[in-house]
Write a protein that binds this ligand. Structure first.
Ligand code: ASP
Length: 362
């Protein structure tokens, strides 16, 4: 190589390196621009996904849902606005929905095959990745508060059945109210079970899978299955928390447990990525690890919250045959309310006090 060629080679190399640096800088700029905080704090809730259609709704019932969702989201929002903790906001919002017979959680939970109400809930702190959950408990008025207590006051993550009820009793905490199972009774949920049982007897189906399919095809029964509640909050300190509470699915048998008390399926929170609460046909949400998968896609693939929730709910879950939705928010205050059913009860509020309440597919 002559000296002239060497110099030429050096100049080309310098120009190439300079170009690459400029490209990297503008890429960094593009990323930091899209990574702007959209809301200093935020909250999002759901009250279940399913065949929620305007034509099946009366104006009175629509108003009841609207009012209750607004009350629940505002309760959590007030806590966040006053500088409170995301975990307190999640618990407060969910307790309001658990106390309302409109939703399939706490009062108004669906009935098991044996004619009782058996409740599941989970709770997660995105700062520490600490979590607590209960499954199949029958005597605690607000299962979400018990799930939080499992996280803070026990060395375990998931307590089930009579053990969960015994833990609740032993706590002797006024926030963990013990009630008879009859407290959860509502006439319409009881009638839903009777309808499913009648259908089972009529069809004299040979196996559970056939019955499950028949139930899915019955619009009344399909509607009666959903109504789980959930909440995700981001507080002013950048902490994310998430929680979910449910009665599960009408006519559940053999101690069936759905996705709601399963960390990673029904609930997940990580300050570095997002918080998620799920609702829908639990078996599919467990198989798809919906809540964790959304967080993992953000963490490992660098996806935005919108891209990740869309990929999981509209693609992966649908490919499996799963129906339902999620509410989620990321550390920047972006919110996602994604569902692949006809509707999902939902509401959100941000740091500008903007309130969105929805039920149907817009
Ligand atoms: N995911 C709940 C379950 O399978 C039901 C629901 O979300 O409505 O238990």
């Amino acid at each position: 190589m002559t000296n002239h060629e060497k110099n030429l080679f050096l100049i080309v190399a310098i120009v190439l390196i300079a170009c690459q640096e400029t490209a990297t800088k503008s890429k960094e700029l593009a990323i930091s621009e899209t990574q702007k905080q959209t809301s200093e704090f935020a909250i999002v809730i759901h009250g279940g996904a399913g065949t929620i259609k305007k034509e099946n709704m009366t104006p009175e019932l629509e108003k009841q849902y609207n009012d209750k969702l607004t009350e629940a989201v505002k309760a959590g929002h007030d806590i966040l606005k006053n500088g409170g903790d995301a975990m307190d906001a999640v618990e407060a919002s969910i307790r309001i929905m658990e106390d309302s017979p409109l939703f399939n959680s706490g009062k108004g939970a669906v009935f098991t095959h044996d004619g009782i109400n058996s409740l599941d809930a989970s709770f997660m702190d995105g700062k520490t990745l600490n979590a607590g959950a209960v499954a199949g408990i029958t005597t605690v008025k607000n299962p979400i508060s018990l799930a939080r207590k499992v996280m803070t006051d026990s060395e375990h993550v998931l307590l089930s059945g009579s053990g969960g009820d015994a833990f609740a009793k032993a706590l002797q905490d006024p926030n963990i109210e013990i009630v008879p199972n009859s407290y959860f009774y509502t006439e319409n949920r009881y009638q839903s079970l009777q309808r499913v049982l009648k259908r089972e007897a009529e069809k004299d189906a040979q196996n559970d899978k056939e019955v499950a399919q028949l139930e899915l095809e019955d619009p009344f029964i399909k509607d009666s299955k959903y109504g789980t509640v959930g909440c995700v909050a981001l507080d002013k300190n950048g902490n994310i928390a998430a929680g979910t509470s449910t009665g599960g699915m009408t006519n559940k048998k053999y101690g069936r447990i759905g996705d709601s008390p399963i960390i990673g399926s029904g609930t997940y929170a990580n300050n570095a990525t997002c918080g998620v609460s799920s609702t829908g046909h639990g078996e599919f949400f467990i198989r798809a690890q919906v809540a964790y998968d959304i967080s993992a896609m953000m963490e490992y693939k660098g996806m935005t919250l919108k891209e990740a929730t869309d990929a999981v709910i509209q693609k992966k879950l649908i490919d499996l045959g799963g129906t339902g939705g999620i509410v989620a928010l990321d550390h920047l205050g972006n919110v996602s309310m994604e569902f692949n059913t006809a509707g999902m009860y939902r509401a959100t509020m941000n740091d500008k006090d903007e309130l969105i309440v929805g039920m149907y597919k817009e």
